[in-house]
Design a protein around this ligand. Structure first.
Ligand code: NAI
Ligand code: MG
Length: 482
């Protein structure tokens, strides 16, 4: 007997979306000139119009951030800065439902995730960094480490408010001021965060938010008043940024793409592992830089794991992101859906075998069924390129060394997972894997105290933990960044 779930939609009455937004500069909203629409990707409804920031807007924001740095923020003690961060963290908790609903509307991710993962982690990042603000002198980050001044921050659309928190919280804790640009499809929660800054009475100009596209991002990167860049997004844009700052004294952390290997050894607990595989690739529609997008199965258990995975995937509920029962929401944009479809078609053409469970996809909005490809080899493009969608490439191995060789054979090195009952095997494998984050018998677990970042084309430097703080401090040790 199977039970059907009745719809359980979260109300959107709690959010108040304006028709049009400007930029947040020097503590106030200022009108934009040109605007572009932001959509609900589940319905294609236009939610609002977002200002397209020009170089002149970036100039104003940087001037405000510089003034705030010199006149106010750099004069406050760490303890005083910490109070503002605590206040922001508490307001974010108080307004958590509003943020969760708004993020779900603008991004397409399920409310279950925004409510239980994104927004709680956002608050946790502010609490964590609030605690560091008055302890920097004792953190082993050099004697009396100093801020850079104005940090330029550019974030992607997959975890809009969470990426803002990863960037803004350490910058403020270390005494920097900020000019941040959200991604073009997901600016609304950053603009609501601007209201939180006002509510927390954060001094004017400490946080400035300029919305816009790649040209706005490039204006931030190239601005002479910015000394530290923090970017999360595609490897392609990361490389552009690295080139743009190569002949300057600007410092940068770059969090880029990935093609995470999720390795399953024959002694792994299969049912738990299947849950971990699902979480590794279908969490956030697979729009996750550290997704476990390559499943590397020991040959002797491959058939059993794939069978169980198919049964489990048939239970994934795809649909209205505001429904509290939904597991897999909408693809964030039409462009991203096209990219997922193109790479999946390449998988078919290369001879891999595609499988998806039966599921009804709405004709409005951007949707892609959870998908696996079996019979994938190292040479396939779907084993090498980031699809950034709910698509899993499955490979097999016979010896542990073969698993490691396959796992490491990509241009990326962001994340990996190991499933095994043997501690010795987990330690051995984790030492061989070239990945910044390695999970054992779990996947996609995040904590503000844990540094996050990659090797090779996955980026420079680390965010989170003490390592992340050092990237915002002039004589901060152990950055590993430019
Ligand atoms: P993107 O890298 O173009 O966008 C990320 C951010 O960078 C956005 O705020 C964008 O406006 C800004 N940007 C674009 N061009 C810029 C430039 N020249 N200078 C400064 N900032 C610039 O990513 P996009 O096009 O949205 O996604 C393309 C692919 O990138 C995805 O399919 C996925 O594979 C990957 N991606 C990876 C992410 C990650 O977390 N590692 C996040 C988003 C995308
Ligand atoms: Mg949107």
């Amino acid at each position: 007997m199977t039970f059907e779930y009745a719809p359980a939609p979260e109300s959107r009455a709690i959010v108040n979306i304006k028709l049009k937004y400007g930029h947040f500069i020097n503590g106030s909203f200022v009108a934009g000139k040109k605007h572009f629409p932001t959509l609900n990707p589940a319905t294609e409804e236009v939610l609002s119009h977002i200002a397209l920031g020009a170089t002149s807007d970036v100039d104003k924001a940087v001037a405000a951030a510089q003034k705030a740095y010199t006149k106010t923020w750099s004069k406050l003690s760490g303890k005083e800065r910490g109070k503002y961060l605590y206040r922001i963290a508490r307001i974010l908790q108080e307004r958590a439902r509003e943020f969760a609903v708004l993020e779900t509307l603008d991004n397409g991710k399920p409310i279950r995730e925004t409510r239980d993962i994104d927004i709680p982690l956002v608050a946790a990042h502010f609490f964590y960094h609030a605690g560091w603000a008055d302890k920097l002198d004792y953190a082993g980050l050099g004697h009396s480490p100093k801020a850079y001044g104005v940090a330029g921050q550019i974030i992607p659309w997959n975890f809009p408010l969470l990426m803002l928190a990863w960037k803004v919280a350490p910058a403020l804790a270390t005494g920097n001021t900020v000019v941040l640009k959200p991604a073009e499809t997901t600016s609304l929660t950053a603009l609501l965060f601007a209201e939180v800054c006002q509510q927390a009475e954060l001094p004017d100009g400490v946080v400035n938010i300029v919305t816009g596209d790649g040209s706005t991002g490039a204006a931030i990167v190239n601005h002479p008043g910015i000394h530290k860049i923090a970017f999360t997004g595609s490897t392609e844009v990361g490389k552009k940024i690295a080139r743009a700052i190569a002949s300057t004294d600007k410092k940068a952390t770059l969090e880029l793409g990935g093609k995470g290997a999720n390795i399953v050894f024959d002694d792994a607990p299969i049912d738990e592992t299947v849950e971990g595989i699902v979480n590794g690739i279908f969490f956030n529609q697979g729009h996750v830089c550290c997704a476990g997008s390559r499943l590397i199965l020991q040959e002797s258990i491959a058939d059993e794991v794939i069978e169980k995975l198919k049964v489990r995937m048939s239970k994934i509920r795809v649909g209205d992101p505001l429904d509290k029962n939904t597991d897999l929401g909408a693809i964030n944009s039409k462009e991203q859906l096209v990219k997922i479809k193109e790479l999946s078609a390449i998988g078919d053409a290369e001879g891999a075998e595609r499988w998806s469970p039966q599921c009804h996809l709405s004709s409005k909005g951007f949707w892609f069924a959870p998908t696996i490809f079996t019979g994938v080899t190292q040479a396939h493009r779907i084993a090498q390129e980031e699809i950034f969608g709910p698509v899993l490439s499955i490979l097999t191995f016979r010896t542990p060394q073969e698993a490691i060789d396959k796992a490491n054979n990509t241009p990326f090195g962001l994340s990996a997972g190991i499933w095994s009952e043997k501690g010795s095997r987990i330690f051995w494998a984790s030492q061989q894997l070239k990945a910044g984050v390695i999970w054992a018998n779990t996947f996609n677990k995040f904590d503000p105290a844990s540094p996050f970042g990659g090797y090779k084309e996955s980026g420079w430097g680390r965010e989170g933990g003490k390592h992340g703080l050092s990237a915002y401090l002039k004589n901060g040790k152990e950055t590993g960044a430019k």
